[in-house]
Design a protein around this ligand. Structure first.
Ligand code: COA
Length: 150
């Protein structure tokens, strides 16, 4: 199988932060609090371009919470590449990246209506550790899905 390659975004570069903002506005249209360029440039989240077979097919990222724990965020497959298993491969790739930097547990919060991502995470050995009603905003219930890395 071809490898999913993660290439770091340079979030200090305004153009790259802007590119991420545009992607999030397009791919998370229901999000009540999409990250702004300023927020992205402030840091705290490490973002990657996801490359597969030589082209960018999406983005992903993580935020280190403690030396043990990282939250993976914004795992996104661009529309043209959906439904081919790449979301699952990218989910695994960002988990592997967290493991590579020494993280022992990964966490992901997923909107309750995002059945595809919930299904991807459950299949990859995550368990639902929490259900958070009205979490990000009223009506935006979320699951937290966690996995202890062996
Ligand atoms: C979630 C996302 C990354 C999935 O990408 P994708 O490449 O289309 O996903 P895959 O092709 O890997 O499909 C993953 C699984 O979901 C299944 N699936 C597809 N539609 C589904 C549905 N409506 N309900 C449940 N499972 C579904 C697929 O059958 C596949 O399961 P399988 O491996 O058992 O066959 C993509 O939809 C996306 O970018 N969404 C917008 C951003 C987002 O919400 N990201 C998650 C933030 S937490």
């Amino acid at each position: 199988m071809d490898k999913m390659e993660l290439r770091l975004y340079d979030i200090q570069a305004e153009s790259e932060a802007k590119e991420l903002v545009d992607i999030f506005l397009e791919y998370y249209p229901r999000s009540p609090w999409p990250p702004t360029k300023e927020k992205i440039m402030k840091g705290g989240v490490v973002y990657f371009r996801a490359f597969y077979q030589g082209q960018q097919i999406g983005v992903t990222g993580y935020s280190v919470k403690t030396p043990n724990l990282a939250e993976t965020v914004k795992t996104t497959i661009f529309h043209a590449f959906r439904g081919k298993g790449l979301g699952a491969i990218l989910s695994q790739a960002i988990e592997d990246e967290c493991k590579r930097i020494g993280i022992k547990k990964v966490l992901s919060t997923v909107y309750y209506f995002n059945h595809v991502m919930v299904q991807i995470k459950l299949k990859q050995g995550y368990t639902i550790e929490g259900y958070h009603p009205d979490h990000e905003a009223p009506g935006f219930h979320e699951y937290s899905l966690g996995k202890i890395l062996k």
